[in-house]
Design a binder for this molecule. Structure first.
Ligand SMILES: NC(=O)c1ccc[n+]([C@@H]2O[C@H](COP(=O)([O-])OP(=O)(O)OC[C@H]3O[C@@H](n4cnc5c(N)ncnc54)[C@H](OP(=O)(O)O)[C@@H]3O)[C@@H](O)[C@H]2O)c1
Length: 275
């Protein structure tokens, strides 16, 4: 992990950047286009969107207007809950690709484990993968038992599980399960949507390294072997968040951050959601 271009090797051999830009709640049009362009200009290789963010067109435009070859980038989108099921997922994929304006996708995720639907949805992702439309497939917001349901029937095992992950929700059991099964964990809301920035323990560690709290949290993700995708629409924060490859947290500091865990979510509980 030396730079923004550093990658983790997924179980099918595909290289996925450890770091990327999230675009949840970033407005379609000028706002998302400029965030994507600023990030790529700053050296980001990975962009994480979703059909439900309703900004895939702007993400695609931002990519095209950047002077980085498509094959150097890693683009993720996700099938929304209302589109789950076999045929409807295949259709949703086509719609996302049309909006993104891409020939192929790098990573397609099942956004949430919708009861009674996610296994069928997974079969559609396997088809897209086998057809060469997407280089890697995975899930999001899956607990161990959801992953087990997929692993029981999968012809292609999920390569990634993207979940809420930050110092107040360190998900040790899930992370260990993913590691044991060759599934790369990826953190959403790594900054707890800004709610961790005045934490005293994190502030002390940040001061010791002459870094910001955001940088310490994102570095903690990487040292735990978790891919991270902080969101910002501000150029100085897009740069700041990525400037985490020139320091190391000690074992003691890692433990102090782990001790902040309260199993506390900012987002919905994957075992109890109704959307
Ligand atoms: N799979 C899922 O279900 C799921 C759910 C949620 C999110 N995600 C993905 O994960 C990405 C990240 O999560 P998130 O957007 O929820 O939250 P986040 O990255 O934890 O936090 C984003 C918030 O922190 C602010 N921020 C960013 N960098 C900062 C810095 N250095 N200092 C101070 N504030 C900073 C941003 O404001 P500014 O923009 O004003 O800088 C924004 O308000 C999303 O964009 C999305 O791609 C996935």
């Amino acid at each position: 992990m030396k730079s923004l271009a550093s990658t983790t090797t997924l179980h099918n051999g595909v290289e996925m950047p450890w770091f990327g830009l999230g675009v949840f709640k970033v407005e379609e049009g000028q706002e998302v286009e400029s965030s994507v362009k600023m990030a790529i200009h700053a050296g980001y290789k990975s962009i994480d969107t979703a059909a439900i963010y309703k900004n895939e067109e702007g993400v695609g435009k931002g990519i095209r207007e950047s002077d980085v070859p498509r094959e150097e980038l890693f683009i993720t989108t996700k099938v929304w809950n209302a589109d789950q099921g076999y045929e409807s997922t295949l259709k949703a994929f086509d719609e996302s690709m049309e909006k993104l304006g891409l020939e192929y996708l790098d990573l397609y995720l099942v956004h949430w484990p919708v009861k009674g639907k996610y296994v069928e949805t997974w079969k559609a992702l396997e088809k897209l993968y086998k057809d060469g439309r997407v280089r890697a497939i995975g899930v999001s917001n899956f607990q161990i038992h959801h992953l087990q349901d997929i692993l029981d029937v999968a012809e292609v095992k999920p390569m990634v599980n993207q979940v809420e992950y930050h110092p107040k929700l360190s998900q040790v059991k899930l992370l260990n399960f993913c590691k044991e099964n060759g599934i790369q964990m990826e953190a959403w809301s790594p900054l707890m949507q800004g709610q961790l920035l005045d934490n005293d323990v994190l502030k002390e560690i940040a001061t010791a390294h002459n870094k910001s709290v955001a940088q310490v949290i994102l570095r903690w993700d990487l040292q735990n072997g978790v891919v991270t995708i902080p969101k910002s629409v501000k150029e100085h924060r897009i740069k700041e968040n990525a400037d985490i490859f020139d320091f190391d947290l000690s074992q003691d500091e890692m433990q102090k951050i782990h001790a902040l865990n309260e199993d506390k979510r900012v987002g919905p509980d994957p075992d109890n959601f109704d959307f």
